[in-house]
Design a protein around this ligand. Structure first.
Ligand code: CA
Length: 377
């Protein structure tokens, strides 16, 4: 089997209600979807996290190295592309583009062997996974104490047992909102905080102390991702477990995080940190350091399916009769084509999501939807 073509589909759609997090706003959703075509008739699909046009440019630059190659050589092709671009591409867009390519190659491999990717990565350890709701972004109007609290209550009613709250705007306003949300959702629901690196070290430490009595599961991206000393300080000087890693890349990027003890819960994005091949390695490294691994997920159902295949093989740590299972981040913010790109949407039922069992990623891509949401269209 040989690769005959590598395509990058740039999808984009405006959203009805623009929303913000600590440092940015969205008025549209976009994604770069990778399609790898082979001479056997099999095709593979992947997704890259981050700016779609820039990812597409890198994927197209990769194509010359991929056409004519055996797509089953996932490890060799990852290494080839990484080494070709190593000097300027150890982090960021080169690795996000490589992630989409790697996921597409695994999709082909699964289809070739007529098995879900998780079967080829060691075999599934679970059939479904607990999902937590990501949402609570800020709107251009209204009081977050009103609409964010209502949104969180809605996730509770839908059956989610964990909710992640966006903070990083102002320490005092955030602390007040955290208390209001905790009161509304009750004591039996996990509550996570995500500052999207909106604080400096002192603010993050202050916030952690202010809400220490609110049973917070983790404090995500308290400070900027490149400052690991700041992460260590936040981790040491306030009581809430620190999570992060959605802006880090490859085994080499995660190594200092682990050796410095900067983070309690590692959150690599499968569509960004290097794809399925690399994220399995990072997960194994995290296990060796006794650090929890809960992937960041924020794309279409294609990226969601890839994340689920990895979640299927993450071992409970430590093994015990009542294992602490990994969690799926389940983005609930407005996304016009999140589920439209596949023929069978990946939905939750009472806060749990089934791991697709079909060959490869276990999804079928809807080509009409790709055309409909294509930026060129
Ligand atoms: Ca985040």
């Amino acid at each position: 089997m040989k690769i005959t073509e590598v395509k990058a589909h740039v999808l984009e759609a405006a959203i009805k209600e623009p929303f913000s997090w600590s440092f940015n706003s969205a008025s549209k959703r976009g994604s770069c979807i990778v399609e790898i075509v082979t001479d056997s008739g099999l095709e593979g699909w992947g997704e890259c996290f981050g700016p779609p046009e820039l990812n597409a440019a890198v994927v197209r630059a990769f194509a010359g190295y991929l056409v004519g190659q055996d797509p089953l050589k996932t490890e060799g092709l990852w290494q080839l592309l990484y080494e070709k671009f190593r000097d300027q591409g150890q982090k960021g867009l080169v690795v996000t583009a490589l992630s989409g390519v790697d996921i597409a190659l695994w999709d082909i491999k699964g289809k070739h062997f007529n098995a879900p990717v998780c079967q080829l990565m060691g075999g599934p350890l679970r059939a479904d996974v607990e999902a937590y709701a990501t949402g609570t972004y800020r709107l251009n109007h209204g009081d977050p104490h009103d609409y964010v609290v209502k949104e969180a209550e809605g996730y509770r009613r839908e059956g989610f047992k964990g909710i992640k709250l966006k903070i990083g705007f102002d320490v005092h306003a955030d602390a007040s909102l955290i208390r209001a949300v905790r009161k509304a959702i009750g004591p039996d629901c996990k509550l996570m905080l995500d500052a999207n690196h909106g604080f400096d070290t002192l603010e993050a430490i202050q916030l952690g102390h202010m809400v220490a009595d609110q049973d917070i599961t983790w404090f995500e991206e308290p400070v900027i991702p490149e400052d690991l000393n700041a992460y260590c300080e936040v981790r040491a000087k306030q009581p809430i477990p620190v999570a992060g890693g959605e802006c880090e890349f490859t085994r080499y990027g995660f190594r200092p995080i682990l050796t410095m003890g900067a983070i309690d819960i590692l959150q690599p994005d499968t569509c960004a940190a290097g794809g399925l091949s690399e994220c399995k390695k990072i997960a194994d490294m995290a296990m060796a350091f006794g650090v929890r691994y809960i992937p960041h997920v924020w794309g279409t159902a294609i990226g969601l399916a890839a994340s689920l295949q990895l979640l299927a093989v993450l071992p409970p740590m430590p093994l015990r009769l009542t294992p602490r299972e990994p969690l799926l981040e389940f983005d609930r913010s407005e996304h016009p084509f999140r589920q439209a790109v596949v023929t069978q949407p990946i939905e939750h039922q009472n806060g749990r999501v089934r791991i697709p069992t079909g060959p490869g990623l276990g999804i079928e891509v809807d080509r009409d939807a790709l055309k409909r949401f294509s930026k060129a269209a």
